[in-house]
Write a protein that binds this ligand. Structure first.
Ligand code: FAD
Length: 435
């Protein structure tokens, strides 16, 4: 139950407002500003699905080193339309936008600083620090119920927070933001103290970095699949993902980011080992950092066109299995990939199309199984496997690989043991996002 007497807000004067260090303190990470240079659509305009290539400039960022395979954490900004709807629900005297406020809490009868957020305006808190778009959790609904004046609002909110099934179906159907909940239950009362202490923190979104560190000086690239969907079983209002629509907005602004190092998704240190990359959709993202890295290392050896220069290379084979919906629509980076294949930097790209008109449905694991001889050969040469995509796809790839391994089974080792050995030898790498 929300105890309004436990917290109070007070206005503070003379605070210089600097978001980056403030976010650094709140999240305890090395958060740095990166300027958005451009965002380019990678699919034709008419495509329902859209993926963008976002180029970020890292000149102003300090200690911002990364390796192919690492992630970038991005702090999004909530849409002002949702922020405005919440502010409209607050008491007029609390809405004063220029007021920088801080929270104090009552401890043993005396007011003490409550350090969850730095002093800021209510708009900054709602835009930058708090998660106002994910459907409120039952615990938050319970707090809201205790502020409702109307008995119907109280009862419905209590029902939602006590009945798990009811809550889940309401959440799945409406996917309500905090603003939607306040509008659905207009007798609830959210004070600035409530907002600053009870609304969960806005979490960073992670993206697999899509560029090699030295490919373009001071740049980080991301491959971002835009999230948009309609609520109410596809018949309700349209929703946009917070971070993806933020990254899709006009370039020129600073995005606050940090590097998350992924020790488990690194190219083999022995560059002569083969690499099998398997991805679907935006799961191709980290592989762009791999092929850029390979191209750079070849250039450093003066070898820019393996096929035509006929120069021997000590680098292992690199193949890509790429799952897409339709050819020509979802085959992002097609030109880049075919040029790399032409130069012999990539050995081959195997496409799998799941909704190609007039063609049999094929997923990336199906094509992997078709190419089992190649997979067996590259694994026998101590090759590494990299899988990137959602959890369902990653699971299907594991199954497909075990089937392939069964066909190469030796007397000493069955396919499960062989797969376990790949894991133990750190030759099977997964970068899984989404369900
Ligand atoms: P949010 O505002 O967070 O909305 C997403 C939520 O909306 C979902 O969680 C779901 O609850 C809901 N939702 C989405 N679709 C529907 C629907 N059809 N019906 C109902 N509800 C729905 N993404 C990339 O594009 N590229 C990458 O390289 C990448 N790398 C990642 C690496 C890691 C390690 C992780 C964990 C994630 C990665 N992601 C990547 C995903 C990314 O972090 C974000 O989750 C994604 O971009 C959505 O963020 P958002 O803020 O736009 O969406």
């Amino acid at each position: 139950k929300w105890d309004k007497d436990q917290f109070r807000t007070i206005a503070v004067e003379g605070i210089v407002h600097d978001l980056c260090p403030d976010l650094t303190i709140v999240h305890n990470k090395n958060i740095q500003p990166c300027r958005v240079l451009s965002r380019v659509r990678l699919q034709p305009k008419y495509s329902e699905r859209q993926t963008i290539l976002v180029r970020l400039n890292t000149e102003k960022a300090t200690n911002f080193t990364y390796e192919p395979g690492d992630h970038l954490g991005v702090f999004p900004v909530n849409p002002s339309s949702v922020v405005n709807r919440i502010i409209a629900f607050m008491d007029p005297f609390e809405r004063l936008e220029e007021n920088i406020i801080k929270v104090e809490t009552l401890v043993d009868g005396s007011w003490q600083q409550y350090n969850r957020l730095p002093p800021c305006t209510i708009r900054t808190a709602l835009s930058r620090y708090l998660d106002i778009t994910t459907p409120p959790a039952p615990t938050l609904l319970e707090q809201l119920a205790s502020t409702a004046e109307d008995k119907c609002d109280q009862d419905r909110l209590k029902q939602l927070c006590e009945d798990v099934e009811e809550y889940e179906s309401w959440k799945m159907f409406k996917y309500p933001s905090l603003a939607d909940v306040l509008e659905q239950f207009p007798s609830t009362h959210v004070s600035a103290a409530f907002i600053l202490t009870q609304i969960p923190l806005l979490q960073p979104r992670y993206y697999s970095i899509s560029s090699a560190p030295k490919a373009k000086e001071n740049e980080i690239h991301l491959t971002v699949s835009l999230v948009k969907f309609c609520t109410e079983d596809g018949k309700g209002p349209r929703r946009f993902g917070v971070c993806t629509s933020y990254l899709d907005s006009l370039p020129g602004h600073d995005v606050y980011c940090f590097i998350r190092s992924t020790q488990t998704f690194r190219m083999p240190t022995d560059r002569s080992l083969p690499i099998i990359m398997i991805g679907a959709g935006s799961g191709i993202a980290p592989f762009r950092s791999f092929w850029q890295q390979r191209e750079l290392e070849l250039k450093e050896q003066g070898n820019t066109d393996i096929k035509n220069q006929k120069m021997p290379t000590s680098f292992g084979e690199m193949v890509l299995f790429f799952g897409c919906w339709k050819s020509g629509v979802d085959t992002i980076y097609e030109y880049e990939l075919s040029s790399l294949v032409d130069k012999g930097i990539l050995h081959k790209v195997y496409y799998a199309f799941s909704t190609q008109p007039g063609k049999e449905k094929k997923y990336v694991q199906d094509v992997l199984k078709e190419e089992f001889q190649l997979v067996i050969r590259l694994l026998s040469e101590s090759g590494h496997v990299y899988v990137c995509g959602n959890a369902v796809m990653a699971n299907d790839i594991r199954k497909a690989l075990k089937i392939i391994l069964r066909s190469s089974q030796s007397e000493e080792e069955d396919s499960e043991e062989h797969f376990e050995r790949l894991l133990a030898e750190n030759r099977y790498h997964e970068d899984v996002f989404g369900v």
